[in-house]
Design a protein around this ligand. Structure first.
Ligand code: GTP
Ligand code: MG
Length: 369
């Protein structure tokens, strides 16, 4: 199991990241800034800097380390998909079309509330969860905090435009996070669309689509007319099958905060993407430095739900204070445990913040000299 990253370790010891990296190199380890280290390495490095590593009990539990579940407990789960692309290339239109076309009969007409994520059922009972993140910043922020929420990225490129800076950024993000990309060339209903040009420009970025002999699935769609969107969903399911996505539904829930909102009537609410386990009403939880107890849960149509299995986004009520996007959400046994861990984490955070301030000041002085 790997615990903290190189930069976190450097912060904790109050030394520079490059010092830690050179120490790793001297141990024969080529590491990057965000790379997580195992206990053995951490102990060796800390020792060199005159620190002693103490494994506190909570750090050995699933609360702090994401301990993998035994193979035999794993069951298939729906893929979690993020649509990324340049401004105005049609992310929202595509999400809207998928959502409205896949509203379960009987639920139609219900007011859709924005919770930053939703799950749709495709014919045949297969499900896909879409993250409706406001953009690359959210994705970047989550990645920077070590949260891996997306299984597949749909890269949307408008056929009447071109591969643009944010298209390239999206490619870079997805590749850095090692997430497979499916290309959706959008706006093919437009008379001035040029699909081959887009494929050409993607090829220049090493994104070679299937009919150009590459490995990237590509669908030509019109989000406006809904053309070929069903095909895109099929490709997503196909990609998901290859990934063989699984999670253990029969345990306490673990997930990630997608966004948090302050609701006039309901107070603090947050959208939680459950990634393993099943979240239930009444569950005490920790989310980042805050904690609480699940008082109520709603799906994206505002319908009350009592359970949220893996790959399900739910709006949760019952936070003591607002969590941050990208925070890890962990259901625990007791409210007391939740409160204790939350207090501890706040302390650690304060100490870290304090050290960081100190650090920046020293660096600044060094720069001035
Ligand atoms: P941002 O959120 O601003 O980054 O944009 P977006 O990527 O969400 O794009 P959005 O869905 O808002 O679409 C931008 C414009 O393109 C809107 O006017 C849409 O109506 C239009 N549009 C989106 N998809 C299509 C399409 O398939 N065909 C046509 N003709 N227009 C489309
Ligand atoms: Mg949009």
């Amino acid at each position: 199991t790997e615990y903290i990253a190189v930069n976190e370790l450097a912060n904790l010891m109050g030394v520079s990241v490059s010092e830690v990296i050179s120490k790793c190199i001297s141990l024969g380890l080529m590491v990057s800034i965000n790379q997580r280290l195992d206990v053995e390495t951490i102990t060796l490095i800390a020792d060199d800097f005159g620190f002693e590593i103490e494994l506190v009990e909570e750090f050995q539990t699933d609360v702090d380390a994401d301990i993998p579940d035994p193979e035999e407990t794993l069951k298939p789960r729906p893929p979690v998909v993020t649509i990324m692309g340049h401004v105005d290339h049609g992310k929202t239109s595509l999400l809207d079309f998928i959502r409205s076309a896949n509203v379960v009969a009987g639920e139609a007409g219900g007011i859709t509330q924005h919770i930053g994520a939703y799950k749709v059922s495709i014919d045949g009972g297969k499900e896909i969860t879409f993250l409706d993140t406001p953009g690359h910043e959210a994705f970047t922020a989550m990645r920077a905090r070590g949260a891996k929420v997306t299984d597949i990225v749909v890269l949307i490129v408008a056929a009447d435009d071109a591969v643009m800076p944010q298209t390239v950024e999206a490619i870079n993000h997805a590749q850095a996070a090692n997430v497979p990309i499916i290309v959706a060339i959008n706006k093919i209903d437009k008379p001035n669309s040029n699909i081959e040009k887009i494929k050409q420009q993607l090829a220049e970025r090493n994104i070679l689509v299937e009919d150009w002999g590459g490995k990237y699935q590509c669908v030509e769609v019109s989000a406006k007319l809904g053309k070929n969107v069903d095909l895109l969903l099929e490709k997503i399911l196909l990609e998901a099958e290859l990934l063989d996505l699984k999670a253990n539904p029969d345990r306490k829930a673990r997930g990630t905060i997608i966004e948090s909102q302050l609701d006039k009537g309901r107070g603090i609410t947050a959208t939680v993407l459950v990634q393993k386990g099943t979240l239930k009403i009444g569950d005490p939880f920790i989310a980042g430095v805050t904690h609480g107890r699940v008082r109520a849960m709603f799906d994206e149509r505002g319908k009350k739900v009592s359970e949220a299995p893996p790959s399900t986004p739910v709006l949760v009520l019952g936070f003591e204070s607002a969590p941050q996007a990208g925070d890890t959400f962990v259901a625990v046994e007791s409210e007391r445990e939740a409160r204790e861990i939350s207090i501890k984490r706040l302390q650690v955070k304060r100490e870290q913040d304090h050290r960081q301030v100190h650090h920046i000041t020293l660096d600044e002085i060094a720069n001035q000299i």
